[in-house]
Design a protein around this ligand. Structure first.
Ligand code: SF4
Ligand code: SF4
Length: 86
């Protein structure tokens, strides 16, 4: 997985890396929720959209769920921001 194995000098909680879902683009296909092995997302049955409930579960540098999203609804910060935490 992208991001696996990167070493950081600060606790995970200090690293601003997690997915952001654009609700206007998201069609509720559930791919991201089903795919993420780190349980970053929960599912909102009422809105039929993913919720980034556990942002610090997301592995810094990983953006695999964004690549899987058929709507391009998931975004991440630029990878370059991670350098300052390494
Ligand atoms: S993969 Fe994309 S379109 Fe599907 S639920 Fe997640 S954000 Fe929405
Ligand atoms: S980027 Fe990777 S770890 Fe983070 S939410 Fe997506 S699949 Fe999970």
């Amino acid at each position: 997985m992208a991001g696996a194995g990167l070493q950081f000098r600060v606790p995970r909680e200090k690293i601003p890396w997690n997915p952001t879902v654009d609700p206007e683009k998201c069609t509720g296909c559930k791919t991201c929720f089903s795919f993420c092995p780190h349980k970053t997302y929960t599912w909102n049955e009422a809105t039929c959209k993913p919720v980034v409930s556990y942002p610090t579960n997301c592995v810094p540098g990983c953006s695999n769920c964004a690549a899987k999203c058929p709507q391009g609804a998931i975004s991440f910060p630029p990878l370059a921001i991670l350098k300052q935490y390494m």
